[in-house]
Ligand binder design. Sequence first.
Ligand code: NAI
Length: 337
Amino acid sequence: KMLKLMKLRSASAFLSRSYGSGSVPQRKVAVLGAAGGIGQPLGLLMKLNPLVSDLSLYDIAGTPGVAADVSHVNTRSAVAGYVGEDQLPRALEGCDLVIIPAGVPRKPGMTRDDLFNINAGIVKSLCSAIAKYCPHAIVNMISNPVNSTVPIAAEVFKKAGTYDENKLFGVTTLDVVRARTFYAGKAKVPVEEVNVPVVGGHAGITILPLFSQVTPKANLSDEDIQALTKRTQDGGTEVVEAKAGKGSATLSMAYAGALFADACLKGLNGVPDVVECSFVQSSITELPFFASKVKLGKNGVEEVLGLGTMSDYEKRGLESLIPELKGSIEKGIQFAS
Ligand code: NAI
């Protein structure tokens, strides 16, 4: 058994942190939007994750090819492709975790909120199916605007009578990934050692990195911290502009999505002390949803952790993001009801 575990470990050493003793449970994971720019590399990364036993790749087109391709990778998980709404039930049945990167991405000049009209409808219909076919699954919402799509999902689940606030997550991991990378570059510290919480939401000024809590500490000026904050907030736009009309972040997003999904699976499997930032139902501010550090466990959210001590600059950032985030949350709730 030990040998098998070691083999599984080395198969994707880059994704897996330490894993407790005992056998690895069966876990079915679905990616909805699996033929897209994020969905394809995310499907591949989930195929490399030894915690996954069944990988379900769903999209409205293109998934038979993606699934055939990914299925040839010699790792643990079985892979199945599902295409079109008729096949959505089978894609979802028995899922422990559903990752949603379905929907349109930004083009230059667009905000995440400009995606609302199209993506809100896609998310609503996918979540109705989740409520029906895998109501107990953990949901990782990647589709933008996350600040609104998470409240939409919550409303859909509430109406279906399946809402579990501990199992719905807006994926903000890419903001953390960016904050780590940008900080390491500026502070000249090893990037793999950097840890920094990013709180608030997932759009523009609602993205609030707390560099006052970063480790390892470096002596950066206030100007440097403000520039790093701005760059983290605009990281997505940096990619949208560089891609010049061909979409938004896909590869770094797939990496971030795989990292967050891995944390959710570890939590489900009982690995202790798994903490990631995520946009979840929350009571740490006046808003019903908020991103902060979250402890993950066997039932999803085990504990929503507080904001910790913030600098005056961060406190001002928090104050100014609240109205915008509040508006986006209300827009989502309104759409769903
Ligand atoms: P894409 O256009 O390359 O792929 C989207 C996929 O969704 C397509 O394959 C499309 O067929 C599929 N799709 C559309 N309607 C569907 C439905 N009803 N059911 C299942 N699949 C459906 O877009 P990309 O670049 O992969 O981005 C996807 C989403 O992720 C966008 O909303 C984007 O804004 C968001 N995103 C979120 C980030 C985050 O940090 N949370 C970062 C980057 C992008």
